[in-house]
Design a protein around this ligand. Structure first.
Ligand SMILES: Nc1ncnc2c1ncn2[C@@H]1O[C@H](COP(=O)(O)OP(=O)(O)OP(=O)(O)O)[C@@H](O)[C@H]1O
Length: 254
């Protein structure tokens, strides 16, 4: 299978600080990859370079064989490179339905000005119904965002991203801040993501990483120091040294 997403020799410095150092990654459709690393490793910068919020000093971002490095974030989204929407960007007075309808209208090239009429658009309503059902949001679809639980707001982030029909989805700590009682719902949503979608999840919670990822990439001081299986990452001496020491020991003791 050919890669749907490739980052080639990406570099970025802030002043004298090299925050992304010659990073190359390739992903195929259906990949489930976790990007981990200590605080300050450069994960956020990497995501910002990938989605187009930052321009690299050199290197390329490729999506389905096309070079998207020069495209702005909105054009990258249109081509299928989507970062999950952040809770902080949800509108508290709007409903999950309105958020997702807006994403569907955007994807299908219709203006947000027709948002008031989406309930009269059967294909939009049917797509939303299926999405909310898969994500367990049907019961709150018409409530205001301010009235729904934080875990449901995080599921709504995923719903909006999926409504954009991505080829590659970047998830930024999808369960962070969610009470433990609600994390199974997030994990169920992650397990139910479309099987042909390539997913790159940035995550600190190693239990979640090990349940979700088939492959783990470790970033340290801006460079990839490991790219391989979850089984091997805990055995890697450098990874243990810079990041996973205690966790790896606990796992082998368990
Ligand atoms: N705009 C900027 N200007 C200068 N330095 C920056 C800028 N953005 C990030 N940095 C520096 O780059 C390094 C990597 O930061 P980044 O936020 O990408 O790491 P991270 O792995 O996401 O960390 P965390 O897990 O703590 O969020 C840090 O030393 C940070 O101070």
């Amino acid at each position: 299978m050919s890669p749907v997403f490739q980052v080639e020799h990406l570099r970025k410095s802030f002043g004298g600080l090299a925050v992304t150092q010659d990073v190359s990654i390739a992903m195929e459709p259906g990949d489930r990859v976790a990007l981990i690393g200590p605080n300050g490793a450069g994960k956020t910068t990497f995501v910002n370079l990938v989605v187009g919020h930052l321009a690299p000093d050199s290197g390329k971002v490729m999506l389905a064989g096309s070079d998207v490095t020069a495209l702005d974030p909105i054009r990258r989204v249109r081509q299928g490179l989507v970062r999950s929407f952040q809770v902080t960007r949800l509108f508290s007075d709007m409903t999950p339905q309105e958020h997702v309808a807006l994403a569907i209208l955007q994807r299908t090239g219709r203006s947000g000005r027709v948002l008031g009429h989406f309930q009269a658009m059967p294909e939009v309503m049917e797509e939303m119904r299926a999405l909310f059902e898969t994500l367990g949001l049907s019961a709150v679809a018409t409530r205001k965002v301010s009235e729904i639980a934080y875990g449901q707001q995080r599921l709504l982030e995923i719903a909006i991203a999926l409504a954009l029909k991505p080829k590659v989805l970047l998830l930024d700590e999808p369960a962070a801040g969610v009470p433990q009682s609600d994390t199974p719902r997030i994990e169920a949503a992650l397990a139910g993501l479309p099987s042909d979608l390539a997913v790159l999840m940035i995550e600190h919670d190693m239990d979640l990483v090990f349940r979700f990822a088939k492959r783990v990439i470790v970033l340290a001081a801006g460079a990839v120091i490991f790219d391989g299986s979850p089984q091997d990452v805990t055995k890697d001496a450098r990874v243990r040294e810079v990041y996973l020491g205690n966790y790896a020991n606990d796992r082998s003791a368990a």
